[in-house]
Design a protein around this ligand. Structure first.
Ligand SMILES: NC(=O)c1ccc[n+]([C@@H]2O[C@H](COP(=O)([O-])OP(=O)(O)OC[C@H]3O[C@@H](n4cnc5c(N)ncnc54)[C@H](OP(=O)(O)O)[C@@H]3O)[C@@H](O)[C@H]2O)c1
Length: 308
């Protein structure tokens, strides 16, 4: 026995959308979406199905015959993996531009050309390598470690998604980090940390990167390739906070901040990122508690052990 579901376009009219389809009541929303996809020629990922009766996204097909389902075309889609690759490409492309001698006079036009063309200091070179290695690691993890649950997002959201990385950690960080005259103690001087500080913060940075990588491996091992299931993460870092990967990410940027002479642009980027990650970590903790009930050991701190 099958039920008839009425279909209506929501927003822009979907040309070949049939007015109704017959489905097996036991089929899933994604099976219904596949049926609509084959009729309209639109990829399943760009279709959003909502129940007309309550406006909620269709999570099961528990609806009676002749009920209406709205079908929204979300527009052309882009794979999440590609989104991340494009986002992280921003800082990878932008930072090295600040090391091209000829460009420096254009990048810092308000500074005398003779000063603006001074090559970046050794400390600035060190900062460049740390930033590049950080984002290169993220690119490699995106391609080879992470298993994302969402397949795609609308293309039109790409500029908004990329702003954080292209502007805040791309242009903003690079402009201030590689400035010919770095500001310290209210005066323009070249900032050079002591060798003890360099060693200490490089060790902290390496420790945080390796730890961050280890937590990403733990998360990746919780999911079989091609599936979207979630598991309870356990092991290194996960007994201290909900999202140790975010904690180690913050540590990496604190090390860069210290090496930059506590440059405010790095501080701002670290603060904004940590704020965002804190909100995500709170949500993640809530989700684990709801999804896994008693099996999940509640965490008091979500981002910073014993603190936050
Ligand atoms: N500097 C910054 O502003 C900033 C901001 C955010 C992230 N980051 C960095 O980027 C990294 C990745 O960020 P993210 O927000 O994607 O981290 P995330 O939410 O912890 O997820 C990392 C990967 O693990 C999967 N995953 C998470 N929890 C899982 C579970 N319980 N079971 C199975 N798989 C699970 C996620 O899949 P799903 O697709 O299902 O989520 C995703 O593929 C962070 O660790 C951090 O280093 C930096």
């Amino acid at each position: 026995m099958s039920v008839t579901i009425n279909l209506k376009s929501r927003g822009r009219l979907i040309k070949r959308l049939p007015t109704s389809v017959d489905v097996n009541p036991k089929s899933t929303p994604s099976e219904l979406a596949s049926q609509i996809s084959s009729k309209t020629g639109l990829s399943i990922h760009r279709l959003r199905l909502t129940k007309a009766s309550d406006g909620k996204v269709l999570e099961d097909l528990n609806i009676s015959s002749n009920e209406t389902v709205y079908v929204k075309d979300l527009g052309p889609q882009i794979g999440w993996r590609t989104v991340f690759v494009i986002e992280y490409l921003g800082p990878l492309l932008i930072h090295p531009l600040f090391f091209i001698p000829k460009l420096r006079t254009y990048i810092y036009p308000h500074i005398q050309a003779s000063t603006a063309s001074i090559p970046p200091t050794l400390n600035q070179q060190l900062l460049l390598y740390l930033v590049l290695m950080h984002f290169l690691k993220r690119e490699l993890e995106t391609l080879f470690v992470h298993k994302f649950s969402s397949a795609t997002m609308p293309w039109r959201n790409l500029p908004k998604n990329s702003t954080h990385y292209w502007i805040l950690s791309g242009l903003n960080l690079a402009w201030f980090l590689y400035h010919p005259l770095v500001i310290t103690e209210g005066k323009y001087t070249f900032y050079t940390p002591s060798s003890t500080a360099i060693l200490t913060f490089i060790v902290l940075w390496v420790f945080a990167q390796v730890s961050n990588f280890s937590t990403h491996l733990t998360l990746s091992n919780l999911r079989r390739a091609g599936t979207t299931t979630r598991g309870i993460p356990r092991g290194y870092g996960f007994n201290w906070v909900t999202c140790p990967n975010y904690f180690f990410e913050v540590l990496c940027w604190l090390a860069v901040w210290a090496l930059s002479g506590f440059n405010w642009a790095v501080g701002l980027f670290t603060l904004v990122s940590a704020g965002q990650m804190y909100l995500w970590a709170l949500k993640k903790e809530k989700r684990y508690r709801k999804e896994f009930g008693d099996k999940y050991k509640k965490k008091r701190a979500v981002l910073i052990p014993a603190l936050l």
